[in-house]
Ligand binder design. Structure first.
Ligand code: C2E
Ligand code: CA
Ligand code: CA
Length: 572
């Protein structure tokens, strides 16, 4: 029930009752009994009653309905009222002398009877009041259990009802579904919030219609995410098509199609796992088709299950891994290629996990996971400390001064103590701030720019040098580049990949380097693997190169040998 249908009654106003009764004498009796306590609306025919309901449904607290009307039968009027979702919540009490009609009335949704001839006024008043109060209590309950915008359940009640569905249908297969709007925030931004709301309302409406016909419950769990729990079905393609068509037609009119929905299906759920986790699985499935317009439905399968188990295992073994120093920092050199011969200028610290049972685990497997669950800051702190200690060690033992860049995750930038920690780490190792370079991925700047830009600016003010990582993979605008606090642009590896494909086309790469140059920012190319790439990049004006061509990332001990062979400047 949308909230607009929760009756709101200003404190000083009487509740409003519609009396539908054609006999004058009966009408007058009811009027006398009720008029001190209620505001009365009177209808002498079915048509008058229909009009009154249509115009005043959101303020009516009760309908008193006589069954014998001159134009429409009272039962038909009752049926009509109860089947319209706008009016169905208004309680109806039937006035009748015919006790045989009672069963029919109840089955059509009447809540109570007042027999004719009418009982004593106190009895009528008491019945009327009790009916209204019961229905108001029910409204309040409905109001708290429903999402205000769409009228679907909210998440807490949804889980509760889903559990009831399980209890009632013990042996039946059930599916957990997640429905989401692709790039909802973009639609909101481009067309306005009320357009966004309209999309959500129409998804809610159609989803409700679908679960009501086949059984099941639905809710809006957060902004543009909807959950459905329903008996197993196999026609999700057609369900999603119907839903998409309805939403697009509602918000745009026929033929247009800019709202793109996606769906994740965890079919035949395992009831031994928590209900929330069942929907996590639906979400995992939905994420596999994110932005994939040709395949809008993802089904949860065994491979996702295995990935999930691996994630759980990684999270569980994290504390021990930190304690037992299973994480190793590898170093990959960066060369300055501006002069005739390349000069080693710094190194990037890259984490590896030597897991006791899984072997060497790539950061691609665990970094995104730890960014999601908040462990990343602990891990990164560890890497920063290790890297700083390593710089110190090379200075002391080899007499070599080599700055090292560390990766700072987007998530780390929200840590209140980040700056203090970096100061502490450099201080403890007696390093100047420019010796620990910070790589911050481009997407960090675009996501919550204000707060992040401010923090990065403070870091830079303290002398830390900032390299924007993966540049070109995000959406920073060109005029942002001139104001962002950065010291170098690290081109996303994909640019190098694309430029040197079979059909070589380096125009975009060159344009990027020129662009950086126009902002007086040095460029770093990473993922450079061949001599041809090095020379092309050099000619284009790229300043620094990192990649397998010079060296893979190496464990500290091996990197030390590399250092001795490629000595950069020594400690003064
Ligand atoms: P990234 O920061 O873009 O790091 C560059 C990745 O490219 C590294 O992958 C590196 O080993 C790889 N690479 C370097 N040269 C070449 C090459 O010539 N060819 C190819 N094919 N690859 C090359 P890696 O070490 O697997 O790291 C993957 C990503 O994980 C990193 O991407 C970074 O985003 C993240 N990461 C690694 N270590 C850390 C860390 O300590 N903290 C955080 N927050 N993220 C890290
Ligand atoms: Ca990096
Ligand atoms: Ca990168």
């Amino acid at each position: 029930m949308p909230v607009s249908q929760v009756r709101f009654r200003p404190a000083e106003k009487k509740r409003r009752i519609l009396i539908v009764e054609d006999e004058l004498i009966n009408r007058e009796i009811l009027k006398t009994i009720l008029q001190d306590d209620y505001e009365l609306v009177l209808a002498g025919t079915g048509t008058e009653a229909q009009n009154a309901i249509h115009e005043q449904f959101d303020t009516l607290s009760l309908i008193l309905l006589d069954l014998n009307l001159p134009d429409i039968h009272g039962l038909d009027l009752l049926r009509e009222t109860k089947s319209d979702i706008r009016y169905a919540h208004i309680p109806v009490v039937v006035l009748t002398a015919d006790s045989d009609a009672e069963v029919d009335c109840l089955s059509l949704g009447a809540i109570d009877f007042i027999p004719k001839p009418y009982p004593r006024p106190e009895v009528v008043l008491a019945r009327v009041l009790r009916t209204i109060e019961l229905s108001e209590d029910r409204d309040i309950l409905r109001w708290t259990e429903r999402d205000q915008l769409t009228g679907l359940y909210n998440k807490e009640f949804f889980y509760h009802y889903a559990a009831q569905l399980d209890a009632h249908q013990k042996d039946c297969l059930t599916d957990a579904i997640l429905i989401d709007v692709n790039s909802f925030h973009m639609l909101n931004e481009r067309y306005g919030k009320s357009f966004g709301d309209e999309i959500l309302r129409s998804i809610g409406k159609k989803t409700l219609e679908i679960v009501e016909t086949t059984g099941g419950v639905a809710c809006r769990s957060e902004s543009d995410t909807f959950l459905v729990y329903c008996p197993h079905r196999t026609d999700y393609d057609s369900v999603l098509k119907q839903l998409s068509a309805f939403v697009n037609e509602t918000v745009l009119g026929r033929g247009e199609n800019i709202v793109r929905l996606r769906m994740g299906v965890y079919a035949g759920v395992n009831r031994e796992i928590d209900i929330e986790r069942r929907f996590d699985r639906a979400k995992i499935a939905a994420n596999t088709v994110k932005g994939n317009f040709s395949r809008p439905i993802g089904f949860y399968d065994e491979s996702m299950h295995e990935a999930e188990l691996l994630e759980a295992q990684l999270i569980e073994s994290f504390p021990r891994a930190i304690r037992e120093r299973q994480f190793e920092v590898y170093y990959q050199p960066k060369f300055d290629v501006r002069a005739e011969n390349p000069v080693l200028s710094s190194a990037e610290a890259l984490i590896r996990w030597r897991h006791p049972t899984l072997g060497l685990v790539s950061p691609a497997k665990f970094i995104p996971l730890f960014e999601k669950n908040g462990l990343i800051y602990r891990l990164d702190s560890y890497v920063w400390s290790e890297a700083a200690a390593q710089i110190r060690c090379w200075k002391d033992q080899l007499g070599i001064c080599l700055p090292v860049s560390v990766n700072v995750s987007r998530v780390d930038l929200f840590e209140p103590k980040l700056i203090d920690l970096l100061l502490e780490i450099t201080g403890k190792n007696g390093l100047s701030h420019e010796e620990l370079l910070l790589e911050i991925t481009e997407s960090a700047y675009t996501e919550d720019s204000e707060q992040i830009v401010e923090k990065v600016r403070r870091l830079r003010g303290l002398g830390f040098r900032i390299e924007m990582d993966d540049f070109g993979s995000g959406y920073s605008s060109l005029n942002m580049l001139s104001t962002l606090p950065i010291d170098a642009l690290k081109l996303d590896m994909q640019f190098i990949r694309n430029a040197f494909r079979e059909k070589k086309d380096t125009r975009l790469l060159e344009a990027m380097i020129q662009l950086a140059r126009s902002f007086e920012l040095p460029t770093i190319a990473e993922g450079v693997e061949t001599a041809e790439q090095v020379s092309t990049l050099k000619t284009m004006g790229c300043d620094i190169i990192q990649g397998y061509y010079f060296s893979r990332p190496l464990p500290a001990a091996e990197f030390e040998e590399f250092l001795m062979k490629n000595k950069p400047r020594s400690v003064e």
